[in-house]
Design a protein around this ligand. Structure first.
Ligand code: SF4
Ligand code: SF4
Length: 395
């Protein structure tokens, strides 16, 4: 089978061929202009960043893609999904419910006026507006897909390629497997199914703060809070509010070990693309402002390397592999956690600093993610890179 193509436009720019022109160039070479038929509903999935993060994608990139969709005849809408972490929102709230996250998106510059299209949470108010599909995964047997995926003719994954402490690379695969699943899908990756209430610490009926934040209403109040663990989706809302607002820390859920987290969202990603058909998905990785931390952190961490450029593909594994290869080949920023990296070394692994307990060697979560993605048939790690150049001026 032919290797999938990954289009690449580098970070060099001039006033006649700037980064927005390059997005347009990649968009057209991907065939999106023709693929978008008249009146197609086209979802542009991105990430709005946390408050305090200053490395997230600028709204201008979203606006450019929205304008291109509309010029092609489609009806664009811009989406994100609710995050985990109730009660840990900081100054302006968090990303846990639709109103919280949309308010933060506005603070970070994403409004219907700025992006030129409606903005909505693809998985509803709580992150529970989802559709369940079965998959035959090694770790995951069902995926709760954000409802908006089901009603999109084309989905453009507009991804900020950067690091992520628990998966190495935060690229297109993560944007699918975490970014387009509901709260339960995110919980599947992060948490064990072992939620419990400490009867000694729980303040009982006089508190009851956890009851109202449970999106599936599976907590009842006896002498202490009691959780129906079969109905619980392990979203962590109750745990968050109990710890942050009540300051009781009566609810605990175990975290999954890091390598397992990355491969679980790879399986989520497979469920997402197969739910409506792989041919509907197009991927854009913007490898700019590349820090070791995900945009869900409330800090714009120092950048590991110089800006690399824009990648485009219809294969989520190929585009992430191409992005990893380019970041590994780039010169490290001497002021970053990857300053001592040798050429070709996995900068995310060095910056994140997770090590094997026996050997002391760095753990390579991006490698775990990509190899599992290829193994389960999500895409190909081999690719053909097509570098795009500034078009010659017409005479
Ligand atoms: S929020 Fe915590 S302390 Fe309050 S009722 Fe729930 S479990 Fe008990
Ligand atoms: S009981 Fe389960 S579903 Fe309800 S808030 Fe807690 S973790 Fe979420």
């Amino acid at each position: 089978m032919a290797e999938p193509i990954v289009y690449f436009a580098d970070r060099e720019a001039d006033s006649e061929y700037n980064m927005l022109d390059k997005i347009e160039h990649v968009f057209k070479r991907l065939g999106l202009e023709k693929a978008i038929k008249k009146d197609y509903r086209v979802q542009v999935k991105t990430h709005f960043g946390n408050w305090g993060n200053t490395n997230y994608l600028r709204p201008a990139y979203v606006r450019k893609v929205v304008d291109l969709v509309r010029e092609a005849g489609g009806h664009p809408f811009v989406t994100e999904t609710c995050g985990l972490g109730y009660g840990a929102g900081g100054t302006y709230g968090g990303r846990t419910t639709a109103p919280e996250y949309l308010a933060m998106a506005a603070l970070n510059g994403f409004t219907p006026a700025s992006v030129g299209a409606p903005i909505l949470m693809a998985d509803g108010y709580w992150g529970t507006d989802t559709h369940r599909v079965a998959i035959d995964g090694e770790f995951v047997q069902h995926v709760d897909i954000a409802a908006a995926v089901l009603d999109s003719d084309i989905i453009i994954m507009l991804t900020h390629a950067k690091g992520h402490g628990l998966s190495g690379l935060g690229g297109s695969i993560k944007n699918l497997g975490i970014g387009l699943v509901g709260k339960s899908g995110k919980a599947e990756m992060h948490f064990m199914k072992n939620i419990s209430v400490d009867a000694e610490t729980c303040k009982g009926p006089e508190c009851s703060a956890c009851l109202s934040v449970c999106p599936v209403r599976c907590i009842t109040m006896k002498k202490v809070a009691v959780i129906d663990t079969d109905a619980c989706i392990h979203c962590g809302h109750c745990r968050g509010v109990c710890a942050s607002e009540v300051k009781a820390r009566a609810i605990s859920i175990g975290w999954r070990p890091a390598p397992e987290q990355a491969v679980r969202f790879v399986e989520n990603a497979l469920g997402v693309v197969d739910s409506v058909g792989r041919e509907r998905f197009y991927y854009l990785n913007l490898a700019i402002d590349i820090s070791d931390k995900c945009d869900c952190w409330n800090v714009g961490a120092p950048l590991l390397v110089h800006d690399v450029g824009i990648f485009g593909s219809q294969d989520p594994v190929a585009i992430d592999q191409a992005t990893m290869d380019a970041v590994s080949a780039a010169t490290p920023n001497p002021a970053s956690l990857a300053s001592d990296c040798k050429e070709g070394e996995d900068k995310f692994a060095v910056a994140h600093g997770h090590k094997d307990q026996d050997s002391g060697e760095h753990l390579h979560f991006a490698e775990d993610q990509l190899s599992h993605a290829e193994k389960i048939g999500l895409g190909s790690r081999k690719y053909r890179l097509v570098t795009l150049r500034k078009p010659k001026a017409k005479k």
